[in-house]
Ligand binder design. Structure first.
Ligand SMILES: CC(=O)SCCNC(=O)CCNC(=O)[C@H](O)C(C)(C)COP(=O)(O)OP(=O)(O)OC[C@H]1O[C@@H](n2cnc3c(N)ncnc32)[C@H](O)[C@@H]1OP(=O)(O)O
Ligand SMILES: O=C([O-])CC(=O)C(=O)O
Length: 378
């Protein structure tokens, strides 16, 4: 085939690269299934731990399986001293995603199973990361605020413990539930950029921690997970609901991408947004945050009128995390705390039927040329 006959799929848009049994994103029906279950049903009826178990094992746990899984996750929450030391050595000017990426890399280097890549070994590594990423994120926010570390509690579930370690107190159940819903919704989304990155790394037969570190790097960008942090910047810039339309017109005129809107796959709205928006509404009531919600609604409406582009999950989750009390730059690490579940499931699935991921490209550099003799060239 000549270069002129080759179709280039920029950004791999529309390209199907493999099969997956983990989740199904369906833009036609605006639905998202985890192992066959609609994510809205899971968010309503299950805890994040149950959903993690489902994504890793293919089925929801029974009572004994859940108890065993929860006991294991709760037993692994403490960070190794070396991980603490590395975090302490990093300046508080470092972005929390860089701190998290570095800490996960240290966990990998310390892991006695580092070179083992059976499904069992990868599940063990995955559950340790599930348990320890909240400890890293909570500690990082506290050290930035000059606060003492709060140790994990093994009498609390994943989300309650995460909030306990971050804030040193337990918020009301409605807040814990809203946070848990966000964790469920962020857990998995087929071949998104960070998951694909993790699968590319895995396809070389590299290890799980390397894949997760690479996934964190891909998630950090504002076109992907970094958008939940950027949404808060937008809301701060707008300042008050009555300015939303004017702000949007100026932003669009200067060709800005509006963070928290649009999606590569969903063109008619993100299946997860209604569920997260309901949780945001609970938080808005709880924290009496009408003005923030008014900006949210005004921007959503103006974006619909100007561009007919709908919000993605990062639009409601950014303000939700703000209301719960997280610093804005911690929002994308919160996404990691959840998505590590999806990444781990994909690493395991990739290894089950691996093929090195290595696409082709069309060369459009200079025609062949030859190196002139050294004398005369230099
Ligand atoms: C959890 C997640 O990762 S969800 C994604 C989070 N990312 C964001 O919120 C960042 C903002 N959104 C975007 O940049 C994009 O919508 C993406 C990257 C998510 C998807 O992009 P793509 O599928 O490549 O769509 P693409 O960029 O081609 O957009 C198609 C058209 O819609 C416009 N558009 C899409 N999203 C936006 C947006 N957020 N703001 C303004 N215009 C937009 C594009 O400018 C383009 O217009 P044009 O045809 O006139 O040039
Ligand atoms: O699927 C995508 O491209 C991005 C996304 O929504 C996610 O990773 O949750």
């Amino acid at each position: 085939m000549t270069d002129t006959e080759t179709t280039i799929h920029k950004g791999l848009a529309g390209v199907v690269v493999d099969r997956t049994a983990i989740s199904k994103v369906n833009p036609e029906t605006n639905s998202l299934l985890y192992r066959g279950y609609p994510v809205q049903e899971l968010a309503k009826a299950c805890t994040f731990e149950e959903v993690a178990y489902l994504l890793w094992h293919g089925d929801l746990p029974d009572a004994a399986q859940l108890a065993e899984f929860e006991t294991l996750e709760r037993s692994l929450r403490d960070l190794a001293p070396a991980v603490h030391r590395v975090i302490d050595d990093l300046p508080t000017t470092a972005h929390p995603m860089d701190v998290l990426r570095t800490a996960v890399s240290v966990i990998g280097a310390l892991d006695p199973l580092a070179s083992k890549s059976t499904s069992e070994a990868n599940l063990q590594k995955g559950v340790a990361l599930l348990a320890q990423i909240p400890s890293i994120v909570a500690y990082d926010q506290r050290r930035r605020r000059g606060q003492e570390i709060v140790r994990p509690r093994d009498d609390l579930g994943f989300s309650a413990n995460f909030l306990w370690m971050t804030f040193g107190e337990l918020p009301e159940e409605a807040v814990v539930d809203a946070f848990d819903v966000s964790m469920i919704l962020y857990a998995e989304h087929s071949f998104n950029a960070s998951t694909f990155t993790a699968r590319v790394v895995t396809s070389t037969l590299s290890d799980l921690h390397s894949a997760i570190v690479a996934g964190i790097g891909a998630l950090k960008g504002p076109l992907h997970g970094g958008a939940n942090e950027a949404v808060m910047g937008v809301i701060d810039e707008i300042g008050t609901a009555s300015r939303a339309e004017e702000w949007l017109d100026e932003a669009l005129a200067s060709k800005r991408k509006i963070m928290g809107f649009g999606h590569r796959v969903y063109k008619n709205g993100d299946s997860r947004v209604p569920t997260m928006k309901a949780s945001l509404d609970v938080l808005v009531d709880h924290y009496d945050a009408g003005p923030l919600k008014a900006i949210y609604d005004a921007l959503e409406q103006a974006m619909e009128e100007r561009k007919q582009i709908k919000p993605n999950l990062d639009f409601p989750s950014g303000p939700a995390y703000h209301l719960i009390g997280f610093d804005t730059e911690m929002f994308t690490p919160l996404f990691v705390a959840s998505r590590v579940v999806g990444w781990t499931a994909h690493v395991i699935e990739q290894l089950e039927s691996n093929s090195l991921i290595r696409p082709l490209s069309v060369y459009d550099g200079p025609d062949e040329r030859h190196v002139a003799p050294r004398e005369g060239r230099l």
